[in-house]
Design a protein around this ligand. Structure first.
Ligand code: GUN
Length: 296
């Protein structure tokens, strides 16, 4: 068993970006700027956004957090999105999800300018990605692809089972892995809660991507010996022994499954740090795209 080390891989990416930012600054250019809109006071969202700000600080990006009350209406949030779309000092921005129930997430996602959609959640970003055109790919699938590439994991012709069909992980993951690219060129099956014969299906996978958000759902009998297992799950499970009061648990029973695998991601320290690094990569890309446009 070898560990797909998202922590060191993401540190490498951060170093690369940080060096680029230093070069930009030395040439008298401004730093890339990421903005995040946080509506309400969801604890996990607070942590995610705080981490994004810290990531920006560490690599020399500018960042802005726009906090809005939980009672913020849809129109008001749309107005904020329009402001950020028009703000020349902002290269990319995200609206942290989930949003309060009275706001239609889809309406907000659609309103974000594709040139600044560094989350890659918008329909144009998804469409461009499906067509294999330059696009912002959502952070988790992008991070998984980067991790496979940087570890030289062979994907061509292999059978990949993606467990989970969410818009931001399972679905884009399946498209990226089935594309004629490296990594990619897999034969992909998307499985979900209604899939019949799920155990057998997973047990036939050369590459198994678990993205269903059910702690330790994937057990040893669901994994082929020698498989590559990517655990996207990060469920917060109460743990009184931790200062935070919780610990992160993946979708894969690591202790049982690990010894059967050729490669496996740990939780934490696997996909999570790669997701964070991907947002930085997308922000840098947005910055360069905008700079190119303003040069002509
Ligand atoms: N909520 C959980 N993950 C994400 C993310 O990557 N982007 C946004 N906007 N919200 C999230």
């Amino acid at each position: 068993m070898q560990i797909l080390d998202g922590k060191s891989c993401s540190e490498q990416i951060r170093r690369e970006i940080s060096e680029q930012v230093s070069r930009l600054r030395a040439a008298g250019r401004r730093a890339p700027h990421l903005a995040a809109v946080l509506v309400g006071d969801d604890g996990a969202s607070e942590t995610y956004v705080a981490n994004k700000v810290r990531d920006c600080d560490e690599i020399g990006f500018d960042s802005t957090v726009i906090r809005m009350d939980a009672a913020t209406g849809e129109e008001e949030l749309l107005k904020k999105v329009a402001e950020l779309n028009a703000d020349d000092s902002v290269d990319g921005f995200i609206v942290q999800l989930p949003l309060p129930e009275h706001i239609d997430e889809h309406k907000i996602t659609v309103a974000i300018d594709t040139a600044k959609d560094v989350d890659g959640f918008g329909p144009q970003s998804v469409g461009l990605m499906c067509l294999g055109l330059p696009a912002f790919v959502s952070a988790t699938p992008n991070g998984v692809m980067e991790m496979l590439a940087r570890h030289g994991i062979e994907t061509e012709g292999r059978h990949c089972v993606v467990l989970g069909r969410s818009n931001i992980v399972g679905t884009p993951m399946s498209i990226l892995l089935s594309r004629n690219s490296t990594p990619g060129n897999c034969t992909v099956t998307i499985a979900h809660s209604r899939t019949r014969g799920l155990k057998e299906l997973c047990a036939g996978a050369d590459i198994l991507i678990a993205a269903i958000g059910k702690p330790r759902f994937v057990t040893a009998d669901m994994v082929k010996t020698g498989a590559v297992v990517i655990d996207v799950g990060t469920t917060r499970v109460p743990d009184a022994s931790r200062k935070s009061g919780f610990r992160l648990v993946g979708d894969v029973d690591f202790d049982q499954v690990g010894p059967k695998c050729s490669w496996i991601t740990p939780v934490p320290g696997g996909v999570g740090p790669m997701t964070r690094a991907s947002l930085l990569q997308n922000t840098l890309k947005a910055y360069h795209n905008r700079m190119r446009e303003s040069d002509v």
